[in-house]
Design a binder for this molecule. Structure first.
Ligand SMILES: Cc1ncc(COP(=O)(O)O)c(C=O)c1O
Length: 439
């Protein structure tokens, strides 16, 4: 038998720090070394193999994500996430037997104050399954912001999968939907000519901007009074909570279902979770299966997602002990560098996104992309996403962006129309760029 002290002496690995790693090890019945008080797992102990994944140039903020401002989806998995994959339980999740997956679902449901959760492969899958589970049969409509991901970027899935029409609304304040917008556009009548609103789907944050909790509550009250269900595309609701706009469970109380992404600002490689009432989530399990989203050894997806929740968002529904709020401070600093150099912003910087108004700043499209590329960074169009791996590399990235901004704004013509581009101006709507580069 190998003695634990001998292993400690021989092995170069770092101790596993995250509970998703330790938890799986402690539950491994054959692990004598765990019981003898070491973090090392015998299956992994063959000469130089280590339990924690090595930090290579691909991993965490050393990887491509650390220089990529195009989106927080670019964040690269960390060593702790990779170690969690190496050490998770590997049972079948279609049979609902995998402890790592069930624990993650229960943990997220608890953070959101909901009865149940369901792991899905992506934010798109989460929205589609949740909406399919809330809707029944046509005629039916989903009311949402005109800029919503479910409308613009989910390949028409809502209509294809549910037969629902989308009632898209341009926010009258140019920033987020209000109760007045919803009241003016929801179809409540039973006139046979109309398509009744059955679900209101709110995206929060939307373009990095927080929909305030008070407004979400007003809309939820209206929905309940009128028998309308509420869904939240909460791909980045974590950001709103971490910014102090309300706890995750306070926002979640306004909704029947929420889809929360692990692979955006939290940094996991894959996955989202739907949370909601037990009966809706049970139904969602069927829909997930029908879409081919039932996974076998789902622990490999769930384990890094759990690390992402605990280490990036934090351990309670306020996100107070996670990293996200530092990214918001940095985003505001970067926005200030831009405005101090004479640039204009398109949206307020509430969380991790800085949207610059290129037209009002007199900067031609493509200039920022080119200048950031020359600095070894990546950005796309008029948006910079300041995710936590940019935060970790801030000492290099901030001076680089400062150089980019001063070059870009130096090239701006002296006489430009500096009126900020308003969202509800038809010219601006036409010019709202897609999140995705044109092929
Ligand atoms: C607000 C929002 N919802 C949903 C999604 C879809 O997530 P996924 O790319 O994982 O399907 C995205 C993707 O960027 C998003 O920004």
């Amino acid at each position: 038998m190998i003695r634990a002290s001998a292993i400690r002496g021989m092995c170069r690995c770092r101790p596993a720090t995250h509970p998703a790693v330790k938890g799986a090890l402690e539950r491994t019945p054959t692990c004598r070394l765990i019981r003898s008080g070491t973090d090392h797992h015998p299956r992994l102990f063959s000469s130089t193999r280590t339990m924690a994944a090595p930090a290579t140039r691909w991993v965490g903020s050393a990887g491509a994500g650390g220089r990529d401002l195009r989106s927080d989806v670019m964040t690269t998995p960390t060593a702790n996430m990779l170690a969690a994959i190496q050490n998770c339980t590997l049972l079948d999740d279609v049979f609902r037997e995998d402890r790592t997956t069930l624990d993650l679902e229960a943990h997220c449901a608890k953070l959101a104050g909901k009865e149940a959760g369901l792991l899905v492969l992506s934010g798109t899958m989460g929205n589609q399954i949740a909406l399919r589970s809330l809707l029944t049969q046509p005629p039916q409509a989903v009311l949402c912001d005109q800029r919503s991901h479910i409308f613009k970027y989910e390949a028409g899935g809502v209509s294809a999968l549910t037969g629902a029409m989308l009632q898209t609304v341009i926010p009258s304040n140019g920033i987020y939907l209000t109760l007045a917008d919803v009241e003016a556009n929801a179809v409540l009548s039973d006139d046979v000519h109309a398509c009744p609103t059955r679900v209101i789907s709110l995206e929060n944050t939307i373009n990095g901007v927080i929909m305030p909790l008070a407004e979400v509550r007003r809309i939820a009250d209206f929905a309940r009074k009128n028998g309308i269900k509420m869904h939240c595309d909460g791909a980045r609701l974590w950001e709103a909570a971490a910014a102090g706009a309300g706890r995750l469970d306070e926002f979640a109380a306004c909704f029947d279902t929420l889809s929360l992404c692990f692979s955006k600002g939290l940094g996991a490689p894959i996955g989202s979770v739907i949370v909601g009432p037990a009966d809706v989530i049970k139904h969602s399990t069927w829909i997930r299966k029908s879409l081919g989203g039932g996974l076998r050894q789902a622990g490999v997806v769930a384990a890094p997602a759990r690390v992402a929740v605990d280490e990036t968002f934090g351990t309670d529904p306020s996100g107070a002990d996670g990293i996200l709020r530092h990214t918001h401070t940095l985003a505001k600093e970067i926005a200030k560098l831009w405005t101090d150099a004479g640039g204009r912003l398109l949206y307020p910087v509430d969380t991790n996104m800085v949207w610059v108004d290129l037209a009002a700043s007199g900067v031609a499209p493509g200039v920022l992309d080119k200048l950031t590329e020359e600095e070894g960074l990546r950005m796309f169009g008029n948006r910079m996403v300041i995710h936590y791996q940019i935060y970790e590399n801030r000492e290099q990235v901030v001076p680089q962006l400062q150089r980019v901004f001063s070059k870009a704004l130096a090239s701006a013509p002296k006489e430009v129309d500096t009126t900020p581009t308003a969202l509800n101006d038809s010219k601006a709507i036409g010019s709202q760029q897609s999140q995705y580069p044109k092929k």
